[in-house]
Structure formats: structure tokens, C-alpha cells
Design a binder for this molecule. Sequence first.
Ligand SMILES: *Cc1c(COP(=O)(O)O)cnc(C)c1O
Length: 383
Amino acid sequence: MDDDASRALTRYDAIGGQPVSEAAAGAILTIELGAIRENYRRLKARLNGVRCAGVLKADGYGLGAAQVASALAKEGCDIFFVALLGEGIALRKAIGPGPDIFVLNGLPPGSEPEALAAGLCPVINSPVQLKAWRGTARDAARNLPAAIQVDSGMARLGMAPADVEALAGEAGAFNGIDVRFVMSHLARADEPQQAANEEQRREFERLRKMLPAAPASLANSSGIFLGPEYHHELARPGAALYGVNPTPYAPNPMLPAIRLDAKVAQTREIGAGTGIGYGHTNRADRPLRLATISLGYGDGWHRRAASAAWFEGVRLPFVGRVSMDSIILDISALPAGRLGEGDLVELIGPSQSVDDAAGHAGTIGYEILTSLGARFHRRYTGG
Ligand SMILES: *Cc1c(COP(=O)(O)O)cnc(C)c1O
């Protein structure tokens, strides 16, 4: 993969198209490709010989689809899933021919020639999409690969059971389609006690029997941990590769894959009674030492997040509101002068995981990762 191609794919590594140097940046996002590779190996070990794809939608959950793809390729991963055709086209340009790239959301009507030209495989989610891809195959005078997705009980994407039943009786419905996988997606895989998992699995088995025989795929990250009945012939993990806990009901079996450190822009001392930040939502009840860091909701750090930064194991609570480009920390717990301009404090790392940060923001690790913004210096290690 050449640098231009990887830059073209990564939405987030530049301000106005220019990469941000470590010295210039307000915050540094470290992406540990070695940890992502180790997470892939851990999932493979659990899958016991079943094939394992890499899900790279939303630019590899915000971490850089091209960089993650080339790291996973070194572990033998040769099937990738993106959400949108545009993501697939960019990923193909970045990684070149070879690996299969599936487009989960299907192809918007009229875009089939672009998908064909880029050598992408649609995930076909409806009879309309099936007909369109059949037409594309006819025009191309060859069979074209695709996955067929069925809705086994999530009501989001995939052929409804009635559609599958109708297609089963239709001669030539799959003419020209090389069905690589029949797949479906679980709504509650992170809740192993829920009967919905078993119901979806059974419905998937029923529906796939009506479709052309092909390898089956059901499990996302959490689905892998539901047990071998959910593994079929291909698993499709995303979040677990990036260190998000696929088993929220138990300790995280994955390695953390990112670190986020923000720079101190300024420090100050304030007296008791001083109002802090927009709206003076916080007022010092005693003299405080404060540090303002260069990271805010404009970088994807949720404004509502009640949170803290960390420095050498010391918790530095946010005081006042999160601003667009800055957050004020109470650093009174550190010795005077310990933290100065340009020093880095940890937002995500050994003291605070992605899942912890999500908990403070009332959201999930997926949203924290995909929110990480455009202004960081991005450092890749272990590729
Ligand atoms: C996002 C997605 C995945 C990956 O899910 P994770 O929970 O991140 O592992 C797999 N399959 C489909 C259809 C998806 O939309």
C-alpha cells in the first residue's frame, strides 16, 4: 500500500489535507497495529479453524481501514467487510487486488458498475439488489461474486423471510451470481442469556437451506463468544479487533489497541470562588491548580462525558464544561510545577480504557472509536 492511497482512505489524519506533526498536534492518537494483530490471533484461536474476516467499516472503526487491513493481511486475513461502496472503492485502491471486499449495506441502485470495476462483492440485502446484480452479471457475461444476507430477526438489513421463501420458488433467481456466503447478523450477541440469539440462529439455519448452498456466516465479535454453534464457516469481527470488550458481562479478553494523549496548553492557579469554563457550571470551593488540554468535543470527546485524564497514575478530573477544543483539568493532586505546557496526559490508555471512556459518556466503545476526530497526530506502531 502506498502512502497516498492510505492517506486517501483515512478521513482523520489531516487538517485541510495536511497531516499533523507530533510537535504541532494538540493530541496524539497511537494505534497499536501489533495489538490488533494479536486480537485477530486470539479470535482465530477461539474459532478453531473457522475462517475469520476483518470488519473495516467507518474507516476501520476510526483507526484507519488501510493500515488495519495491511496489518490483518500479515496474519493471513483475506476477507474484509466495509459498510459503504465508497469505503470499498477506497480500500481496494489502498490494498490492491487479491483480498475479497464485501459491502455490507449493499449497492445503491445505479452504482453496480462502480462496484464491478473496483472488484468488490456486494452483500445483497433485497430482491431488488439481487435483480440488479444479476443484470450486471448478464452485461458482464460472467458470474459475479456476492454474499446474500438474510434477516434472521433484527429488522435492519437483509432479505426478509418472505423474500427468501419467494426466491426459493423462482427459477433462475440466482443466475449469474456466485454466492460466496449466506450471512445474517445478531441483534443481541453481547447478551448470551437472551433467547433471541438461539432464535436468530435457528431462523438463519432455516432460511439458508432455501438459498443456494454456500458457506455461512453469522457471528460478529460477540457472536464468536456465544460458542461454536455460532461460528459456521466465517466469523466477522470488528470491535474486538480494536480492543472493545466483546463480552461486556466478563473481563475483556482482548488487548487494548489505542492510546490517546492530549497536550497541556496552559496551566494556572485560581482562588476560591472562581467560576470555571462556559456557564460557570463549576466554581472552585478552594484554591485550585488547573491545566487546560488541547482536546474537546471537536475531537469527538463527548461534551456530556463526566470524565478525567490521568498523569503518572494520578486521576485529574475534568472541571467545568468540555469545550470544542479544550478541557480544563483539576491538577491540584499533583505537586506544583509537575505538569507544564506541552506535557501529555492520558485520555485513553492503561488508566482508562475505551470502554471506560464510553461508560463515562453514556455510550459504547464503538462510538468512542468512530468519533475520534481529524486533528490528532496519528502514530501507528507494530505494523
Ligand atoms: C458491524 C458489523 C459486524 C462487526 O460487528 P462487531 O460487533 O464490531 O464485531 C459484523 N457484521 C455486520 C453485518 C456488521 O454490520
